[in-house]
Write a protein that binds this ligand. Structure first.
Ligand SMILES: *[C@@H]1O[C@H](CO)[C@@H](O)[C@H](O)[C@H]1NC(C)=O
Ligand SMILES: *[C@@H]1O[C@H](CO)[C@@H](O)[C@H](O)[C@H]1NC(C)=O
Ligand SMILES: *[C@@H]1O[C@H](CO)[C@@H](O)[C@H](O)[C@H]1NC(C)=O
Ligand SMILES: *[C@@H]1O[C@H](CO)[C@@H](O)[C@H](O)[C@H]1NC(C)=O
Length: 474
């Protein structure tokens, strides 16, 4: 076909056809030219946030170079995938370096609804060359409590479902999977020869020469009493005042996403037998706040909650809080945490000196939690314009306007939203904006004018008073 086109020659149309043919054929060819010579997968099931570390040694067995390596996920995992990162490792054992790579969804889907992601290599992988990729992905809500209801004194058991063989569009020569369970109490697991369990570790493999898209479903049933802390909704309001501080207010709707509590809750049992009663519940939460926080509060709709401890040091502040009652499966609690941090720790001038920016941490300050929906609202000082957001991942964003005391024009609020947020999303983001320093004078001017008006009113009143008295006295 290529020679055919060459004969017809010259016309732009045929050239385009030729190019699209080349592109089409090269991307189709790469899928089969790559091979995974060695794969190792480590699945960490010790908390309710599942971390999977995958090391792939990829070799180009074709003749043309390629920059794309495809990762595959079964459709059941895709909705639970909170994060996917890839890096290429280089250097020798002691001085290993990691360079992160771009990862993007890739269409169309593969057989049986397999979802693809494409990793872009820094340099094209030439024929007969190999590269080692380090992949990290995080799954949430992938542990199903079974039984789904337990009594106060029972432990929580969960199911984890996956494939013993790594799903891949490539042929995998050698592979093994290591699953780390939360406890040594493993009720059952699917056996796919060879399978071996010792202590916390369950090993699947080694398996050799698995063709593309091999899949072998497994179920692991084990005890996991780690707190299944899910924040259904978190709204963090960050208000910048050019008068010295950043005020933060965080509204939490918290739930225990583990096995539901069966029967009534007995506080007597809970307090008298703490080691056996309520093993699957939680009552303490740890929030990591920035250093130098002040004016910290913790309250719910009833009022201040006194059970909290704040530890301050130079690098971080830790706020330990206890909701009013311990949380069992299916239970909820709502509360608010607020604090102030010094402006100079978070507000900077851009390198060109034209803009200011807030450099704040995305994510949830609460340790080991999944946030179903996180909203961050950054209220810029009055008179700020043209906000732009720089973040290490995609966020939904829009603008709103809010009014607080002494605001005339209202403040611009940058609203950022993200679903399925895990602790690995706690990384800095920036909001850049234009600011006219003259606006800093507006509020004091309003205050001054109010004082002047008040003063004048007093004088007028006193004068009035005096003049009335004058009228009366003669
Ligand atoms: C698709 O799924 C079916 C049933 O689970 C299985 O038999 C078949 O081999 C799968 N096809 C591919 C290409 O994986
Ligand atoms: C299973 O693992 C243990 C400990 O690592 C080892 O001693 C044993 O030989 C293994 N069994 C098989 C069948 O591989
Ligand atoms: C709650 O705590 C804050 C700060 O600790 C305090 O200013 C406020 O008066 C308290 N409110 C009540 C109702 O106790
Ligand atoms: C934002 O703050 C972090 C530390 O919290 C720092 O590492 C990073 O360089 C800062 N980014 C910018 C653009 O200032």
């Amino acid at each position: 076909m290529a020679t055919d086109l060459k004969i017809r020659n010259a016309s732009i149309f045929s050239l385009l056809l030729f190019l699209s043919f080349l592109l089409g054929s090269s991307s189709a060819a790469t899928d089969h030219d790559l091979r995974i010579t060695n794969a190792e997968r480590r699945i960490d099931l010790s908390s309710h946030i599942i971390k999977v570390f995958l090391t792939l040694k990829v070799e180009n067995k074709g003749t043309s170079p390629t920059s794309e390596v495809i990762l595959a996920f079964p459709p059941a995992q895709i909705d639970h995938l909170a994060l996917l990162k890839a890096a290429v490792s280089g250097g020798k054992k002691k001085k290993k370096t990691y360079t992160s790579l771009d990862v993007n969804p890739k269409l169309p889907d593969g057989p049986n609804g397999t979802k693809y992601f494409s990793v872009t290599l820094l340099n094209p992988l030439k024929a007969n060359e190999a590269v080692t990729l380090e992949i990290l992905y995080i799954l949430t809500k992938s542990l199903e409590p079974f039984p789904s209801e337990i009594s106060q004194s029972e432990s929580q058991l969960v199911y984890y479902r996956d494939s013993a063989i790594i799903l891949s569009p490539y042929h995998i020569e050698q592979q093994a999977t290591f699953i780390r369970t939360a406890s040594t109490k493993v009720e059952s697991y699917t056996n796919v020869e060879p399978t071996n369990r010792s202590g916390l570790e369950l090993k699947y493999g080694p398996y050799v020469d698995q063709p593309p898209h091999s899949f072998s479903p497994i179920i692991v049933h084990f005890e996991n009493n780690n707190p299944f802390v899910v924040i259904e909704d978190l709204v963090r309001e960050v208000e910048i005042s050019h008068w010295g501080s950043v005020q933060v207010r965080e509204q939490y709707t918290l739930s225990h996403a583990g096995a539901r509590l069966k029967g009534a809750f007995s506080r007597v049992d809970y307090q008298s037998k703490p080691s056996v009663s309520g093993v699957a519940s939680f009552k303490q939460l740890l929030a990591r706040l920035p250093p130098r926080v002040n004016s910290v509060y913790y309250r719910d709709e009833i009022g201040n909650i006194s059970t909290s401890h704040l530890r301050l040091d130079l690098k971080k502040s830790e706020l330990e809080i206890e909701p009013r009652y311990p949380l069992f499966g299916g239970w909820r609690a709502t509360f608010v945490i607020g604090y102030r941090v010094p402006l100079e720790d978070f507000l900077y001038e851009s390198t060109d000196g034209k803009q200011r920016y807030l450099n704040f941490t995305f994510g949830c300050p609460m340790a080991e939690t999944v946030v179903n929906k996180l909203t961050i609202k950054v209220a810029l000082p009055e008179g700020s314009k043209n906000p732009t957001v720089v973040a290490p991942f995609t966020l939904e964003q829009h603008l709103e306007t809010t009014y607080s005391y002494l605001d005339i024009m209202g403040r611009t609020v940058v609203v950022l939203e993200k679903k399925n947020v895990v602790p690995e999303h706690n990384s800095p983001f920036q909001v850049y904006y234009d600011f006219n320093p003259a606006f800093m004078l507006v509020e004091p001017l309003i205050l001054v004018s109010i004082f002047v008006l008040f003063f004048l009113a007093c004088i007028a009143y006193l004068h009035g008073d005096i003049s009335i008295q004058k009228h009366k006295t003669p």
